[in-house]
Structure formats: C-alpha cells, structure tokens
Design a protein around this ligand. Structure first.
Ligand SMILES: [Zn+2]
Length: 668
C-alpha cells in the first residue's frame, strides 16, 4: 500500500473506531461485536506501525500513550472553577429559589442533575480536539492530568462534529469510579497488601494523580460531563439543550438530568432520589440545582466562592442504631488479625448491614466499644459501614471492655503486636486461616486466575488435607475433587483445566501470586523487569534490593525474609517442577502480535510438537488455553483433531490449519 492510500484508510478507520467508542461508551448501544471492533482496531495499529508518519495525537490507538511523568504541570483555568454552595437543608433550597426570583423578578426553570461523588475536571477542546484535562486545584490553577484523562474511553479525543460553535469549547465534568470497579480495585489492593481506598471518590482522586497513564488505564475511570461554563454558545437559551447537543457530539453527559419548571418539581426530585440513589452503579451524594438559561446565569454572576445560579443539595449521611452482638477476629493471609463487629441486621441505604469494620485494637479502645453495646452505625460515602459511636447511656452495666486475645482464634498459637504497629499478627506459617487465605490469593483473578477455586472449595481441600499449600494444587486431579461437596465431574474437570491453564501465566504474575507481604502486582513487575529469573531474586543482596525505586527497605526485607525460609524455597521448587514460569520470557516490542489473543490447539502438528507451538504463541504475547470457550481467538487444527474441533465449529470460532499458523508466525 502506498502512503497516500494508507493515509486515507487510517483516517477512515479512526473515524470508524471513534464512532464505535461513542456508541459503546457514551450511548451504551454498540453496533458491532467485540471481535469485529478488535479487527478494525488491529488494522489501524498495523497501518500506523507500517507508516509511523501517519500517527496523529488524537488517534484512538494513542489513548494510553505517553511515558510516566515525574510530576504534573500546573494549568491556569481560563474560567475559574468555582465550587458550589451546598446545603443539607431543604429549606435553604427554597430560600435559594426565592433569592433568584427576587433578583430576576420572575420564576425560572432549573436544570436538576445527580451530584456524582467524584473529582471535578475541566476539559478544553481546541479545533475539535482534546487539548487539556485538568483538576480543579484551588479553582484558579489545577494540575494538568491530560495523559490520564485520555485513558477514559468515554472522553472523546476529537469531537464528532464540525459545528463551529463547539470546536473551541471547555466542558466541566466529574471523573468517578463505579462501585463495581472500586470494589475490584480494593480487592486487588487487599490481595496485594496495599492500603485500601475508603470510598470511590478517594480512589478516583488517587487514580487521577498517578503518574503512569498505563496504571490509570487499568482502573477504568468513568466520566460525566455536566456543565459548559462558557456563554459563547449564543443561540441556546437552555443549558439543558446544550448538553443534549454535546451528547450528539461525542460526550457522555450526566445521567438522569431533568428540567424543572418550578421549585416544586425540584423538591420532588430531591424526594425521588433520596432512596433511589442507592440503586445506581455509582455514588451520588446529592443533587445539583442550576438555573437553566445560560444568559440568566451570566446575569446572576458569582460571589468570590461560588456561582449565585446554582446550589448543591446533599443528602445527610444515613445513621442507624443497632446492637453490637459480638466482635469477631479475622486472620488474613499475612497473619494480620482484624476485628469485625457483628451487628443485629439493619436495613441501611439500600442494603442489609450485619457487619462493620473496627480496624484494630486501638480503635476499639478509643471508642470504648463493648459487646452488647447499642452503637450508631453510618454508611456515608464509605462502602463499608462504620461504627460511629457507642450510646453509653443505654448500657446495663454488665458490658465488659473488650480484651484482645493472646492467641490466634484459628490455630491457637500465641499472637504478637510490635510496639510500632497497630495490628496483632499470628506468626504461625501453618495457621490454617493463613494457608486458606494464601491459596485464595494465589488463585485469585489478578494472580493465577484459577476459576472455580473459591473460598468454600478452598475450605474443603485444606480441611481434608488434599492441599497443604498452593503448590499442592498442581497435584490435584479430577478424582481427588469429584467427591467434594457441590462438585461433579464437570466442575471438577473445569477446575483442573483452569489449574492447567494457569501455567501460562508470566513471571511477574507468578511472583505476585506467591504472596510475599507487600509485593503487589506493580512491585512484582519492577522485580521481573530488573531480574531475569527467580534465582537472581533469591541471590540478590538486600542492599541492592532496597535501592530499587518502588521497592525500598521494608519490601526488600520482606522479600529477603520470604526467600530465607526453607519452606518457601521448597514450595518454589515444586512450582518449578509443575511448569510455572519463573523466568522472564523474551518478548520484544515487535513480538507482541498475539497479545490479548487466546489460542487453542487440537490434533497433531507435522512440523513441530504441540509444546513448541504453544511456546511460540506465548513468546509472542499470546495465551494458550486447554479448554474451549467463546473467549478463544483462534483454533489451530492439526491432523486427527479431537472433539474440541466440533465444539469450535459450533461456537463459530475462527479456525486455521498448521500452514496458516506458520504463515502468521512468519508474518511478524
Ligand atoms: Zn493462626
């Protein structure tokens, strides 16, 4: 293909991808399959690889571009980012309306939207292209987080319009995380022994401040556009109409927006969302009430702090009184013991609450929490409810101060609390609670991703001594599982296949799965980028480890302690024997053609063994699966194929023969 032709094709593909992104992420109405999308996307990647001069800044392939930053540049906002006046009182909302009417001399209609609990950002477009994305900061200057904003798929890199009025526009938006994504992030952090985020807003703010856009992209931030601060769009006398227009031009505008002709309807909206907001996928802490007409907004102006034409109504945090029935102690993977309050179940903002975290011993002492107490619990922005305080007046006098036990509630060994630490720990490495938790971590999705190996199954296999540590998983077979509770030959087979498939995981994942305290997936990548195999990590001096950026002295100590334990070395040797990857595979940037693709083989190959073929796939960044499913990208069929072949045909999978497979390998 010549350059001219390629350029035309690249432009066509970009338009196509932008449109599909819009349909998928903004409208939630995809019109093509994921496979088809991948095909178009890969074609563009291929073209840009062949003709690098064709790459444009707003190409959809450049969403996650850029190198990690060392810090953020500051941006001065062309229009100040004021914060809204907010109130918990409905009366003050009515007062707000009276004030507006007094100033204007007539009734006005209000635009009422959900107040999503996220982080405010300003997005500036020049000539229809995203130029900067920045945080509010102090309202006058904020941080330039453009690289991170670009990773949000619902933010258009270029507008789907030539409408001259919109080509140079600034929009204000809220960046947030859905509860589901928030839970996922916290689950991964818990597994990686990293501190948890207290709520989705906190997590979104932390994510926007990450310096590496690749890490940001993994967090799946979301966005709602809610305001156009510029009065430039002259022909519109309704901000609501401007937002509708923006949606057509590629923006994801705030959901559940409503135009209310009078304050009465506004009050109805407040009532309507009081309970209903808990059924949404994201946290909403109130409603934003804004005069709709942009010209009136200008006329009303602003005080130093906030605009006069808007107010935020916030729902008060919901508190309830219930009885604290017991304090339970949970033993985690690293032996950390966390106290949990068991409560008489109560219904609170959309869910039944029967447990609340008590954090640690000091927290219990500070709040003087005793078993049998009436306690006030609260579920605010935090997902996990907390005990706010004890109602001491309700005490009968029989409640005893809580005494932290001196032995582990699971293995009965003595427990320890170091003077500088808040947590008690069980140091017994054969404590069943820790073994179970470490197997669960090993099998979890970000680690070895063994589907079907959940907590109830882990309970059983440990209690029945089928498995004493996670290396034993690779000795399991169908017969050993089939007689367990809620297990049949089919699910047993699935789990065994999944255990088998986990052998495809790369070095960094395997290292992370070991569960070395404090070593999350990021630290694991740092180590595997620096050291070529596990033996190098085992042999390295602690001084060298602690100088690695992102590791530091504490993690270095944890790593050394872990590998100085003969039990762990034995474990690693067993995993090596099972075929797990303990060294770096040579994947150069050229050789990632198969990344994101899953292969399956059936039948005999003529020119190479099955193992050689699988190795070639892995070397090029692909994944090899042994069980057939819709997630397979490509089946390679040799002579005398098995039953997988018929299954693949019925699923409509893409199937190629050995010759075609060899051709793909050569292509690269
Ligand atoms: Zn224990």
């Amino acid at each position: 293909m010549d350059l001219k032709k390629a350029k035309k094709q690249a432009e066509k593909l970009r338009k196509e991808i932008n449109l599909h992104d819009y349909r998928y992420y903004v409208l939630n109405e995809p019109t093509i399959s994921d496979n088809e999308y991948d095909r178009v996307y890969k074609e563009l990647v291929g073209l840009e690889k062949a003709f690098p001069e064709l790459i444009t800044a707003d190409s959809p392939t450049r969403r996650i571009g850029g190198k990690p930053l060392s810090g953020f540049r500051s941006v001065t906002h062309s229009i100040k980012m004021l914060s809204l006046d907010n109130t918990y009182s409905e009366e003050e909302v009515r007062n707000f309306d009276e004030r507006i009417q007094r100033m204007l001399g007539h009734e006005v209609s209000y635009e009422v939207t959900l107040k999503v609990d996220g982080v405010a950002v300003a997005l500036v477009y020049k000539n229809g292209r995203l130029e900067t994305g920045s945080t509010r900061g102090d309202g006058t200057t904020g941080d330039d987080v453009t690289q991170n904003i670009r990773t949000i798929r619902a933010v258009p890199l270029s507008l789907l319009t030539d409408d001259p009025e919109f080509m140079n526009i600034e929009v204000r938006a809220e960046v947030f995380l859905t509860r589901k994504n928030f839970d996922l992030i916290n689950k991964q952090r818990e597994e990686a022994d990293e501190p948890l985020f207290v709520n989705p807003r906190n997590a979104a703010a932390g994510t926007l401040k990450l310096l590496d856009p690749k890490e940001v992209a993994k967090r799946n931030l979301d966005v709602f556009v809610h305001t156009v601060p510029t009065p430039l769009i002259s022909k519109y006398n309704s901000h609501f109409q401007i937002l509708k227009r923006l949606e057509k031009y590629g923006f994801r505008i705030i959901r559940h927006i409503r135009l209310c002709p009078t304050i009465t309807e506004v009050m109805d909206e407040i009532e309507k969302w009081r309970e209903k907001r808990s059924s949404l996928q994201f946290d909403v802490d109130g409603l934003v009430i804004k005069v709709d007409d942009p010209k009136l907004r200008e006329q009303l102006g602003a005080t130093i702090k906030s605009p006069r034409w808007a107010i935020a109504y916030k729902y008060p945090a919901v508190q309830l009184i219930t009885k604290l029935l017991a304090i339970q102690l949970q033993v985690g993977r690293t032996g950390r013991i966390t106290p949990v309050a068991v409560l008489a179940p109560v219904f609170l903002s959309g869910s039944t609450i029967s447990r609340a975290t008590l954090h640690n011993e000091d927290e219990i002492v500070r709040k003087d929490i005793r078993v049998g107490d009436d306690v006030i619990i609260e579920k605010g922005g935090e997902v996990i409810p907390k005990v706010v305080k004890v109602i001491k007046e309700n005490r009968s006098g029989k409640e005893e101060p809580f005494r932290f036990p001196v032995t582990c509630p699971v293995c009965s060994e003595k427990i320890y609390r170091l003077p500088e630490e808040a947590d008690w720990k069980c140091l017994n490495s054969s404590c069943p609670a820790q073994i179970k938790a470490s197997i669960l971590h090993f099998a979890s999705r970000p680690a070895m991703d063994i589907t079907g190996l959940g907590s109830s199954l882990v309970e059983q296999i440990v209690d029945k001594s089928l498995v004493e540590s996670y290396d034993d998983l690779y000795d399991l077979n169908i017969n050993s599982l089939v007689d367990l509770e809620r297990m049949g030959p089919k699910s047993a087979q699935k789990i065994i296949s999944s255990i088998e498939a986990s052998k495809n995981k790369g070095f960094a994942i395997v290292l992370f799965a070991l569960g070395i305290p404090g070593i999350g997936i990021n630290a694991s990548h740092l180590l595997t980028e620096r050291f070529k195999d596990i033996d190098d990590i085992i042999d390295v001096k602690i001084e060298e480890l602690s100088t690695i950026k992102g590791i530091g002295p504490v993690l270095a100590m944890n790593i050394k302690n872990y590998f100085n334990t003969s039990r762990n070395i034995k474990l690693i040797n067993n995993l090596k024997k099972a075929g797990l990857m303990f060294k770096r595979t040579q994947i150069t940037t050229k050789n990632t053609v198969f990344s994101g693709m899953t292969f399956i083989f059936t039948g005999e190959l003529k020119t190479m063994t099955r193992e050689q073929a699988q190795r070639k796939v892995r070397d090029k960044g692909g994944i090899v699966s042994n069980s057939i499913s819709r997630n397979i990208s490509l089946m390679v069929v040799g002579t005398f194929p098995g039953t997988k072949y018929a299954k693949a045909v019925s699923l409509g999978l893409k199937i190629i023969n050995e010759k075609q497979f060899i051709n793909i390998l050569k292509e690269d």
